[in-house]
Design a protein around this ligand. Sequence first.
Ligand SMILES: *Cc1c(COP(=O)(O)O)cnc(C)c1O
Length: 398
Amino acid sequence: METMKQYIDDAEAALLHTYNRYQIVWDRGDGMYMYDIEGKKYLDFVAGIAVFALGYSNKAYNDALKAQIDKVIHTSNYYYNIPAIEAAKKLKKISQMDRVFFTNSGAEAVEGALKAAKKYAYLRDGSTDHEIIAMNHSFHGRTMGALSVTGNPHYREAFEPLIGGVKFADFNDFDSVKAQVTDKTCAVIMETVQGEGGIYPADETFLKNVRELCDKNDILLILDEIQCGMGRTGYMYAWQKYGVKPDIMTTAKAVGCGVPVGAFMMTEKVASQSLTSGDHGTTYGGNPLACAAVSKVIDLFEEMDILSNVKQTGDYLYEKLDVLAAKYPAVKAHRGIGLIQGLELDKPVGGIIQSAIDKGLLLINAGANIIRFIPPLIATKENVDDMLAILEESINEN
Ligand SMILES: *Cc1c(COP(=O)(O)O)cnc(C)c1O
């Protein structure tokens, strides 16, 4: 068998170098744990970046996928398939939206959301110079449209010009959003909890004020729930905690628990006055395999009572990280809700994360100075205690 080092050398010779990867080659996962090809076990507080909500090797999930593989994996959106119908009905129910379009990724869901907003405004006034307000420090994906509304100049610069008419405001600063509104504004897009940007939850009054501003000016509110959605805050979608309903929303990451799938969804009001036959499409989107995953994930969320677990474990994690933050002067801030939390340090956290990995704990950063906690949603208090013991040792060593 090749050694880990040999695999890594092969990878670096064959893959485009767009990631600085940790030096681990994975073999398999089981519940809250991952195993590398040398058999080393890691407690996972990353979940493949907020994806594997149900934990690894969930038997019911795996069986559902295997059964669908033996029937048919792909058909086409020119026909109907039962998994897509079932998944769409279930997604409507949990999201309180009226219409679903399945995509292959988060970025593609954002693209669709932007197109729907543009079409809505176009049908309203016939003009093609509409503007979108997005947030500084946001993250919406790497495709050209999603990048256009991503408030991180470092990700965007080399790829300009991106789509025009995007203005940036400060998240949780209502006046800065208001200042960007013109009669051309068609949408405001934001994450309900900013993820990659550093785990910043929206303030309730901010969100409510933006909703009111949108209503007054017939501007569509797009909430990107790709990372904070699907139970991670203790609510199916984070906006449900605030009671501020978007006109269009996106979901991905945990919605398929590892099968590449996402969706953008909208209210009937938007659906009936935006995208129509021929306006949008995708070959794979909503294929039977991906939708069998979505359908099973939603069932299992209910059967396993994932939301209560997130509330309990999330509250416990919050308390414990508060204690840790008070103990270490290097910790500047602690933010988050449920099982999406962050610790901001006064220095880059790369050393701490590497120490944790060496000790068998997976953590990931969000920006240079923030440690992000986004475990599978089955995490228990005991998992939190185990994680904290290694985290403290790692902080002490760095
Ligand atoms: C991950 C993420 C995306 C992009 O999703 P991909 O599946 O990587 O394209 C978009 N928005 C948010 C909030 C995300 O966290």
